[in-house]
Design a protein around this ligand. Structure first.
Ligand code: UDP
Ligand code: MG
Length: 323
């Protein structure tokens, strides 16, 4: 395939005023070098997607757009979370590029591997997954939760790429296919592998966030993991059914046992075991109802089919297109 195609970097930003100036200057340097080397066209650029930030993020993006021809900006109408912001960015910008790479605003994803991504694209791959080669730089807690997440996902039969976050290249074609997935509960790491097409991985080392704080506190991480599982797998529901069956069988066995003991004339005090089993069953039932509720909630959201994102402003080519 010939070189010099147009690359867009799609970067979701939520309250990233501390990192944006540095991020944009490092990426500008990188893009310039790649353009100069003829690897990408001079129409290539980076697109910052403001996900309804509360700080000066959008003002900074506007300013960058005014002064730097390599910077575009998209303003979402409100905060909808990383996945929706990223998806909105891809869908808005895809008309203008041949391929896009999504990455985080904090440059934790090593930008030096962009060259490898692009090479793979020219070799004919439609999707390239960035995969972290180690988690040494993560805190123990983050490493533990992240790895448990991948293991649980795998156990529940969700096909995701191990240690791949959202550092990923997608061709225009792959993005067009992605648009056909109509689900509102968006979990890109699970959806993108469903597209199929020719895909490969590229390894990189993930850095520490160089400024600002993580926008993924524990509660958000937990919600994200639950969403990921319940959007792609109905195994938890099956698990509950089997568990219910198992408990039922055990209770029958217990009944037989107690009848036998009764007829042998031995007294059963059994207060503790009764109370414990009531609690155990009660807890299990509540958990089961919770899991089922989770799926019903998903169905509820899907039937409403609300838009996944709403673009308020799109700064492109100097002209400000209001939408
Ligand atoms: N982000 C976003 N909307 C949100 C939360 C996060 O667009 O509601 C962006 C954030 O600005 C960053 C990326 O998602 O570019 C990843 O977030 P972060 O670096 O805080 O997550 P971590 O690397 O700690 O998992
Ligand atoms: Mg980060």
């Amino acid at each position: 395939m010939e070189q010099g195609k147009t690359l867009y970097l799609i970067i979701p930003c939520y309250n990233e005023e501390e990192v944006l100036p540095e991020t944009s200057s490092r990426l500008t340097e990188k893009l310039r070098a790649m353009i100069a080397a003829g690897k990408i066209s001079e129409k290539s650029r980076m697109v910052f997607v403001d996900d309804g930030s509360k700080d000066r993020t959008w003002e900074i993006i506007e300013e960058l757009h005014r002064t730097n021809p390599l910077v575009d900006g998209i303003k979402m109408s409100r905060n909808r979370g990383h996945q929706n912001a990223l998806y909105g960015g891809l869908m808005t910008a895809k008309e203008h590029c041949d391929f896009a790479i999504s990455m985080d605003a904090d440059l934790q994803d090593d930008i030096e591997v962009l060259d490898q991504f692009v090479e793979k694209f020219y070799e004919g791959y439609e999707i390239v997954y960035g995969v972290r080669n180690s988690r040494k730089k993560d805190s123990f807690f983050k490493r533990f939760t992240a790895q448990s997440f991948y293991k649980i996902m795998k156990a529940f039969g969700v096909d995701i790429v191990y240690n791949h976050a959202d550092y990923r290249l997608m061709s225009r074609r792959a993005m067009d296919e992605l648009e056909k997935f109509r689900e509102v509960n968006l979990f890109l790491r699970g959806v993108v592998p469903l597209i199929g097409l020719k895909a490969c991985t590229v390894e990189y080392e993930r850095q520490k966030r160089f400024a600002g704080r993580s926008k993924y506190p524990l509660a958000k991480m937990f919600a994200f993991a639950t969403d990921g599982i319940t959007s792609f797998s109905i195994k938890p529901i099956r698990l509950i059914t089997s568990l219910g069956l198992l408990i039922f069988v055990i209770s029958i066995l217990m009944l037989i046992y107690f009848l036998v003991v009764y007829f042998l004339g031995k007294t059963v005090s059994g207060w503790a075991s009764t109370v414990i089993s009531i609690w155990a069953i009660g807890g299990l039932q509540m958990m089961a109802i919770g899991v089922i509720g989770e799926y019903i909630g998903k169905i509820y959201l899907e039937t409403k089919s609300r838009p996944k994102f709403i673009v308020e402003k799109y700064l492109h080519d100097g002209a400000q297109e209001e939408q």
